[in-house]
Design a protein around this ligand. Sequence first.
Ligand code: ADP
Ligand code: MG
Length: 688
Amino acid sequence: MRELSNPIISINGLGPKAQDKLNAIGIYNLEHLLFHLPFRYQNKTQFTPLDKARVGDEVLVQLSIESVETLPTRIHQLVCHLADDKGRRLLLRFFHFNQYQKQQLVRGDIIQCFGEVKIGKEGLEMHHPEYRLISKGQSTLLEKTLSPIYPLTGNIHQPQMKKWVGVAMEVLKKSGLSDNFEGLMGNSMPSLKQALEILHHPQEGENLEQIAAFKHIAQQRLIIEELCAQRLSLLALKKQRKRKIANVFTLKNTLSNQLHSNLGFELTAAQQRSIDEINADLCSNHPMLRLLQGDVGSGKTIVAVFACLQAIESGFQTAIMAPTEILAAQHLQSFTSYLAPLGVKVALLTGSQNTKIRTEQLDKIRSGQAQVVIGTHTLFQEAVVFNKLGLVIIDEQHKFGVHQRLSLAQKAHNTPHQLVMTATPIPRSLTMSAYGDLDSSIIDELPPGRTPVQTIALSNERKDEVVEKIKQVCDANNQVYWVCTLVEESEALRAESATNTHHYLQENLPNHTVVLIHGRMNKDEKQTIMQQFAHGEINVLVATTVIEVGVNVPNASLMVIENSERLGLAQLHQLRGRVGRGRDKSICILMYQPPLSTNAIQRLDILRQTNDGFKIANKDLELRGPGEILGTQQTGIADMKIANIVRDGYLLKRVHFYCEQFLNTSEDKQCALIQRWITDDKAQYAST
Ligand code: ADP
Ligand code: MG
């Protein structure tokens, strides 16, 4: 007997090519087909009388053929006039057809047609309907339930997909399907089997609008189950990690106290809370994996510095990884400014270092002379051997993948503690679903004395006014970023366009120093320019998005962003975060090319309304969806089968409730649930 665990290749007529196509979208066995849900339905449960057929509706009609003709238009058309017994008429049009087809359509025959009703010169029409010639003995189009329309892939056709899912549904009917939620939900929800039956073959009269909005109880049933599985799998990961052994740090606080008294400012309550949370983790013998979230400028660096000091006092090295060389250089500067006075030795490792310097740095890392190592992704390379790595800090984590996180962790004997800093606040719903395996500290307040950046949107036609504004700002001895965000695909074209802007600004600002920086320059050049800008030797910095993250120049108080309509919210917020870091009131001008799309209007509006990174992140999530935000390889969240945490956020409370119930059940039961929804053992099916 067929079982749901059978591979799809066991279905008659499903060959290796189709198997590959289906595998590619995560369908390996019959059970997976059950979860390939229709995205809409057609109603073929009844015939619609012609006087009830509304233009735009898809309807099933049964009529008789009155006449058939080929129109001598440029492209030949086959036209077939149909009528009902009251003389009401419908015209069929075929723009491509063959002679056989034409011969089959015979005056007086009964025909069933299913298609969208259109309006033409002579009244109602249907183009290329699905049809059956009843008089010729063809089977009826009439169905008992609504007909599912499935998402397709490759060159698989709708009838094939329908047939294959149908096979799986037959097996479901006979053999059933283990229901992980049995008994948990009482009678408040349909069973898994019922939910699947409703969604594949809704009865006539089922609330299709609800289904289209993903609010139907059968969908809720599946969504809750999928989100539970997602969450349980992350909790399981977390549990696994907690079983690993890490080095226990002993808090000495000598260096920390020293740093405290040198700081020159008070830590915010949120910073102090984060430091305490991190310290508690570091004293445990299980590896920390903590997300440190804080808006741009919220002061994450100093929190990371305190964590370094704990590692150092316990005799361990810290590796700090930045996504770009510019940022690594910036971190070197800011970390050294805090650490050097305490006598801590810091090494830098980047891809552009020459062999001599690199060898020196590698030696220091191997010997343990370097207590803190700052670098880019080069820190992962095999040549890098740490003496006693105890803590890994990763900045701007969304630029990395989970893999990189882990491979750096493997450079230590015991699993090192890890702190992942992100400047793009991640909405809570997303954190829970995508980062449920991480603990999280949130810096939700800015240091005092910051004035929020005023944000203005201006169309490109008002460039002159922008140049005037730049003059004012420079005359007041403040500095300006002009960001060319490109449109062009290649870095070469980007650089070229930035070069044009650079010339334009030089011409229009003859009394000020305008300097260009872009990704095609070599590292030294870039670094020199950034340093000059930081020292106030440059008034206006024209940059491609190389300055996107992390750069800290408090005297810069105006940021102009070109083509802002083309950028995502998170990126715009990041860029804007480069200003508003000093005492002076800062402005961000978002320049755009009209007309704006609705989506772009919404993005620019939210930026004008708020500086709150969490609010912006929520809006971003709403506008773009989680897959876009996290990047596809980041988590399984982008390829959830049914759930969408933005759309289904309202169900999270119930998800948590059921998760709690599940945590009280056996581990087998939890595993079964996870395995149903999260297919990571694809290899198992590949070999069958
Ligand atoms: P981010 O969270 O964006 O990485 P940084 O750590 O770069 O922010 O901090 C931004 C600026 O705020 C730095 O110049 C830093 O010295 C300053 N800063 C950090 N914490 C405080 C505080 N509690 N009070 C005043 N200034 C602070
Ligand atoms: Mg930073």
